[in-house]
Design a binder for this molecule. Structure first.
Ligand SMILES: Cc1cc2nc3c(=O)[nH]c(=O)nc-3n(C[C@H](O)[C@H](O)[C@H](O)COP(=O)(O)O)c2cc1C
Length: 198
């Protein structure tokens, strides 16, 4: 296989294009963040990576709390808008017809229209070149009840989440399998007894 070798860049894809809310119910803002991920399972730790030039940056620094809201693919326009317009100039909740709702463990509001909201408290910040990393503990998770079945299982695939890859937005598509499929023992095929030929 022939490949071109390029200089180092952040071509990691797909990544989740999230809507991060910061501030308070009275003065909220939304910033689209794709540089985010999981740091640890226990305690549940995440991070967001934010340029210090963003309007959201001093808000995050002051309150040290935020919510990571996972948008659906139907919310693509809002995801893009909140990533190209600044809260300095526009009220993004009003412009995108999104509804702020109180969170339980942080002052920053949730976005009601997002099926999953992760409430986060910043534990540390670290400057990293162009961005500042906000490491945070996930102190609460809100999940849309429509996607929780009678056994209490969250069916995340039904939410219609989206992905971001190299400047393009995608709707998550076909399910390929489950965790552990590669090593799970296959069920033995049971053969029905052959019928006697008459
Ligand atoms: C898909 C997408 C992903 C983005 N990811 C980030 C990111 O991870 N970190 C960041 O600082 N800016 C990111 N941006 C840019 C900010 O969302 C954008 O500058 C926004 O207007 C800042 O809003 P604010 O000025 O209200 O804080 C992203 C933009 C888009 C469209």
């Amino acid at each position: 296989m022939s490949k071109q070798h390029w200089k180092g860049s952040v071509l990691l894809a797909p990544v989740p294009p999230t809507l991060v809310t910061c501030g308070t119910m009275e003065h909220p803002n939304i910033i689209t963040i794709a540089w985010t991920g999981v740091l640890a399972t226990h305690p549940p730790m995440t991070y967001i990576s934010v340029r210090s030039t963003r309007y959201s940056y001093p808000i995050l620094m002051e309150h040290r709390e935020f919510v990571i809201n996972l948008p659906t693919s139907a919310m693509m326009q809002a995801v893009d808008f909140c990533g190209v317009r600044s809260g300095k100039d526009v009220n993004k909740f009003a412009s995108c017809h999104l509804t702020p709702e109180p969170a339980q463990t942080v002052q920053a509001p949730l976005i009601a229209e997002c099926p999953i909201n992760l409430e986060c408290k910043v534990s540390s910040t670290k400057e990293m070149g162009t961005h500042v990393i906000f490491e945070a503990e996930i102190t609460g998770v809100n999940t849309d009840e429509r996607f929780i079945d009678s056994k209490g299982k969250l069916n995340l695939q039904q939410c219609g989440l989206m992905a971001y890859a190299h400047g393009e937005y995608f709707a998550l598509g076909r399910k390929l399998g489950n965790f552990g499929d590669s090593v799970r023992k296959k069920k033995k095929k049971t053969h029905a007894p052959k019928k006697k030929q008459t």
